[in-house]
Design a binder for this molecule. Structure first.
Ligand code: PLP
Length: 388
């Protein structure tokens, strides 16, 4: 039996895969089982921050795997400590909890908010407010946080205590807080799965101020937007706000599973012994990989990300069949005249891998993609867009 039919037989049917098996790659070029090459503008949904099989990343992983591949959190291990230190130094946050995925990073944020508010104001202050059209993960609680009904339908009852409002509607947040006191607000600064929609800057600033005034934790989900993706280390930095909690994952360890919840001054001492934990969380190989990524995302690297972003937006804006371009940095949404899925399919046939998000074509290339490679791939996408 060939690989694709064996997959159909034995893997749960949750993924509608393209008929392509990727077997290897280097940087932003990947190869399928027939030797066909593709420029990869999806990077595993924003995960392989420095592309596939990056040398520095590989060496960090190999060195750590030869020392100790896992140790329980009963003992100290160096990589997670160094990584927490650099994350705090670069963000001003005070404490880090490591897990294995974006959903788990958000679960931790929610637990922090619940314990913070419950401990200070009593057990009735537990509501977490999120935005409509958001995406926060697939566990039952992060699904409950996700403001999109269609993800909920088949899995009720959900975790109680979540309310969602339209992005921009601060009045609705105030109303919810008056009726069912809020522990925290959790937002994406750019709704990724929701269609690469940046949330309005004025709203984010006003929301951050309101959270401060009301001692409601202001929590930002940076699972997709984080780790250099938007031309800043974290996307909230584009907005000039200071969150109380930041969750991140996807690109953090460049392709190994690692989630992190960064906790600011206000809530830094909320989690105590036994309040939370994870067997794999802070795994030394994943953290060594993440160190090799974060250490390279400095100001000069970020200015290259911004430069490539400008070039990509310029090339796409006003192109035939392109209605609009959204996003920040190398998180780019393209509203196309043709159905996005058709553009993705034709681009793939012509050697470029890209993603969709709602009705848009979505690009999340490796952050170190050469500018010339990025622009060459964008030409292929533009040709597909123009083929209306
Ligand atoms: C992908 C994503 C998640 C979920 O991450 P997993 O690692 O799949 O659990 C949560 N929030 C946002 C904004 C995401 O893009």
């Amino acid at each position: 039996m060939n690989l694709q039919s064996t997959d159909k037989k034995y893997i749960a049917n949750t993924y509608n895969r393209f008929p392509v098996s990727i077997v290897s790659g280097k940087g932003s070029v990947v190869k399928d089982e027939n030797g066909k090459e593709y420029i990869d503008l999806g990077s595993g949904i924003g995960v392989t921050s420095f592309g596939v099989a990056d040398e520095i990343w590989q060496n960090a992983v190999k060195e750590q795997i030869a020392k100790v591949q896992h140790m329980s959190n009963l003992y100290y291990t160096e990589p997670c400590i160094r990584l927490a230190e650099i994350l705090c130094e670069r963000t001003g946050m005070k404490k880090v909890f490591f897990s294995n995925s974006g959903a788990e990073a958000n679960e931790c944020a929610i637990k922090v908010a619940r314990k913070y508010a419950g401990g200070k104001y009593g057990e009735n202050r537990y509501t977490i407010i999120t935005l409509n059209n958001s995406f926060h993960g697939r566990t039952l609680t992060t699904l409950s946080a996700t403001g999109q009904e269609h993800y909920h339908e088949l899995f009720t009852p959900l975790t109680p205590g979540f309310k969602s409002v339209d992005a921009g509607d601060l009045e609705a947040i105030k109303k919810i807080h008056a009726e069912t006191p809020a522990a925290g607000v959790l937002i994406e600064c750019i709704q990724g799965e929701g269609g690469v929609l940046p949330v309005d800057k004025g709203f984010v600033e006003a929301l951050s101020d309101w959270c401060n005034e009301n001692d409601v934790l202001f929590m930002v989900d940076e699972v997709q937007t984080g780790n250099g993706r938007t031309g800043e280390l974290y996307c909230y930095m584009n907005y000039g706000v200071t969150p109380d909690v930041v969750s991140t994952a996807k690109g953090l360890a460049g392709g190994l599973p690692l989630g992190a919840t960064l906790i600011g001054e206000k809530a830094q001492d909320v989690l105590g012994y036994g309040d939370h934990g994870s067997t794999f969380g802070g795994n030394p190989v994943c953290c060594a990989a993440a160190l090799s990524i974060i250490e390279r995302i400095d100001d000069s690297f970020l200015s290259e990300v911004k430069d490539k972003s400008r070039a990509a937006f310029e090339s796409l804006s006003g192109a035939k069949g392109v209605e609009s371009v959204s996003g920040i940095g190398l998180m780019i949404g393209i509203k196309t005249k043709r159905p996005a899925a058709d553009v993705v399919k034709e681009s793939m046939e012509n050697g470029v891998l890209c993603l969709t998000a709602k009705d848009k074509v979505r690009l999340l290339p490796a952050l170190n993609i050469p500018k010339e490679t990025l622009l060459r791939a964008i030409e292929v996408i533009k040709t597909a867009c123009a083929n209306v």
